[in-house]
Design a protein around this ligand. Structure first.
Ligand code: NAD
Length: 338
């Protein structure tokens, strides 16, 4: 097991990578309430059969204030007071919702995450951004608040559909492009082992991703500067997710290709590097072509919460393993897409 710490003004949060889900029960207080989704409850529900639980539906359409309303009602039914403790067990959607509910109920109660998808283990559960979508726009309403701990058990990935595994690779490739050319090479060399969930290779990816993300969050929790780098592929990604209705990981994959193409035009990467990025994404089962029209995409970007007046802080790869944060106007983005 490896332990990482996120130490921010708000609180100190421990991340346990490689700890067994079976240990959860002994790590949480007797009054802890589990929030999970129907799929995860059906597979792992025996681990919390003696506890109160709140089970939500699957998919982005449930990441809304209506689900938060439902959770608050259940918390009231259970008589949860300020000593309450919530545990989100599931993918990024469950973690985002459970974190937001815990951060706002009674002005905030303690919480923890047990991420059960690759994407949540390497990204969504880490960093304390909790939120829900609003009127179809991604993560419009939310908080920055760190959980008490994150228990990350790679064995949970054994039950994950392969499609969901692919989604997780998108965020790992993002981490490699941002900060670690060695990780990019590792992904290129071990893609088959990784798709077969070879434990050592998967463990390396999770550990390295958590290391990269937690270090950035420790330096800039509130995304005033360096944390923006983690949005590589996300300006286009969120817009594609909204317009095309495809999964977060797939949308981020396409978004990273679009950012890389802009980087090529600006001379920050070579044609060879662009081809390597595209080939790696394809090798781990991710899409690389834009599935929607340019006008719809620009309209969606215009509503992105990261937009400030007429520009966005856009993240562009600079070679492999480094990125630049550039203010790009919506007008300039339009020129790149059309
Ligand atoms: N807060 C953040 O910093 C952050 C970062 C990245 C992504 N996100 C968010 O994360 C969400 C995507 O998360 P996701 O990709 O984990 O999707 P998800 O939460 O929808 O989970 C994917 C599917 O896998 C199922 N599942 C989960 N664990 C399983 C397991 N062990 N075995 C079998 N099935 C399992 C779920 O029921 C669901 O159907 C998006 O809403 C995205 O915006 C948040």
């Amino acid at each position: 097991m490896k332990t990482f710490t996120i130490d921010t003004k708000g609180r100190r949060s421990q991340i346990y990578v490689g700890r067994k889900m079976d240990e959860l029960d002994q790590m949480i207080p007797p009054n802890a309430i589990i929030i999970t989704d129907r799929n995860v409850d059906a597979i792992y529900g025996r681990l919390w059969e003696k506890r109160h639980k709140i089970v939500i539906g699957m998919g982005e359409k449930n990441k809304t204030l209506a689900t938060i309303d439902y959770i608050f009602s259940r918390l009231l039914d259970f008589g949860v007071d300020r000593s309450g403790f919530l545990v989100g067990v599931g993918g990024g959607i469950v973690c985002d919702i459970a974190g937001f509910a815990a951060s706002t109920y009674l002005r905030g109660i303690n919480f923890a995450f047990v991420p059960t998808t690759l994407l949540a283990q390497v990204d969504a559960a880490i960093g304390g951004k909790n939120g829900v979508n609003f009127k179809g726009f991604k993560n419009m309403i939310g908080t920055f608040n760190q959980p008490e701990f994150i228990l990350s058990d790679p064995f949970a990935l054994q039950t994950l559909p392969s499609e969901e595994l692919h989604n997780g690779f998108a965020e790992i490739i993002k981490h490699a492009l941002i900060a670690d050319a060695g990780l990019f090479g590792f992904l290129q060399d071990h893609s088959s082992a990784l798709l077969d969930l070879q434990p050592e290779a998967i463990n390396h990816l999770i550990v390295r991703s958590v290391e990269i993300k937690s270090a950035i969050v420790n330096r800039d929790e509130r995304e005033k500067g360096e944390r923006r780098k983690l949005n590589l592929g996300h300006t286009f990604g969120h817009a594609i997710e909204k317009v095309a209705g495809i999964s977060h990981g797939k949308a981020v994959s396409i978004g990273m290709v679009m950012a890389s193409k802009i980087a090529l035009q600006k001379g920050y990467i070579t044609q060879g590097q662009l081809s390597e990025i595209v080939a790696l994404l394809q090798r781990v089962g991710l899409p690389v072509e834009i599935p929607v029209g340019a006008t719809d995409l620009i309209d969606a970007i215009y509503m992105d919460k990261k937009r400030e007046n007429d520009f966005v802080h856009f993240i562009l790869p600079k070679g492999i393993g480094q990125v630049l944060i550039e203010k790009i106007t919506i007008h300039e983005l339009r020129k790149f897409i059309f």
